[in-house]
Ligand binder design. Sequence first.
Ligand code: GLN
Length: 509
Amino acid sequence: MTSTDSGGSLTRLTASELAEKLQAGEVSSVEVTQAHLDRIAAVDRDVHAFLHVDTEGALAAARKADEDRAAGEAPSPLAGVPLALKDVLTTSDMPTTCGSKMLEGWVPPYDATVTRKLREAGVVVLGKTNMDEFAMGSSTENSAYGPTRNPWDLERIPGGSGGGSSAALAAFEAPLAIGTDTGGSIRQPGAVTGTVGVKPTYGGVSRYGLVAFSSSLDQVGPCARTVLDAALLHEVIAGHDPMDSTSIDQPVPQVVAAAKQGAQGDLKGVRVGVVREFSGEGYQPGVERAFRAAVDQLVALGAEVVEVSCPHFVYALPAYYLIAPSECSSNLARFDAMRYGLRVGDDGSRSAEEVMSLTREAGFGPEVKRRIMLGTYALSAGYYDAYYGQAQKVRTLITRDFDAAFEKVDVLVSPTTPTTAFKLGEKTDDPLAMYLSDLCTIPANLAGNAAMSVPCGLAEEDGLPVGLQIMAPAMADDRLYRVGAAYEAARDAAQGGPLIDRVPQLEVA
Ligand code: GLN
């Protein structure tokens, strides 16, 4: 076998397989990391999952992981395994742009808590992944640095905002990635790239060092090609952090154990509710069929499946598009040309206000401006009660729908997205059509619950991946992993292997 061959086969392994090989001394982290850097060099010109690749830093971290292991000090099961980090989490040794010109070249003075935890666990950060500007979007087309392409079909979107992280997984550029999910930005890219994405319980993973979009909704979470890999990463990044005032001071749910239990067992005694509101008009037939087949699979695993109505979920999208822009109009006020990144027109002839206005005009893209204007309007004195205030009431009703549902069932399920990956450019002129991508994912953000997307087959019309969404009560993230892993194992057995193996081989440059 040539060295290229062995590098190629290393990138096909899951994180847990790599972890086992590293532990057994069969490969070094330097070899594993180099294989992924080679893969990035070969395919990322086409995929554009990364905004920044840190070759030197990654290899240095890999050498350190190998030395620690040789000294018997592997700090975590994932020590030496590479990962792709969404460019919205601060890194003291790499730029953090949030996909915006506003922060081009900005190297933060500190690591986010999640970044720090990854480093302490010996995880090797390969680089920073592409995203919609400030995490606003569903396709990565709002990135100021050009879109990411979906490895299943390079003419299609990889989802968003975390399309770079999910595409990196589907293109075998990284076995693990970090995303953030405010309205679906982990789960929707997961669904359309045939990968796994988890939005942990709000407060389950620290937001310290996550550049804020909508602080009451934003959550950092794991992305991977398997449920077990997501669980391993979840346990590395989760846990209480005094630097985040909304962080929950409770033990991290035992998600690795839950994933292992799920993969080996059945789902007898588990009550699953199918959300009635998330089907019908607007849902692609192939998505509905793949979802129904997944539900049948859950029944075959012994789960008790019932239909559940959550009547206020249909108002989640409008409520979200008032709350998220309102919070973003406040959060993005900090980009004032004085404190971070870009400064335009500061030639001594202009006032601070003029420089601020020129900078914000040049630094923000159209979607970010649209959201800031929407939010400023929704919060303005004359409209606050009618818009922001009403949206907060709807948020409470959605939370109550979840509470009522979870009295009857352990988890809720739905398709993750109404359609499979659409074509690049198809929805860029129609913001409302773009927003509909998150119809099914937003309720969990509004209520702060945990939710996962796990691949559930390919839609028959277009052969593109479909996601099964599983939702659980706050701090019951382990239920997602149990059900997700049981479903994944049954799906692989029924379909003759992992779905991701059917992703087309990319032409290697
Ligand atoms: N697509 C949604 C939006 O545009 C969600 C984004 C996210 O979760 N960051 O706001």
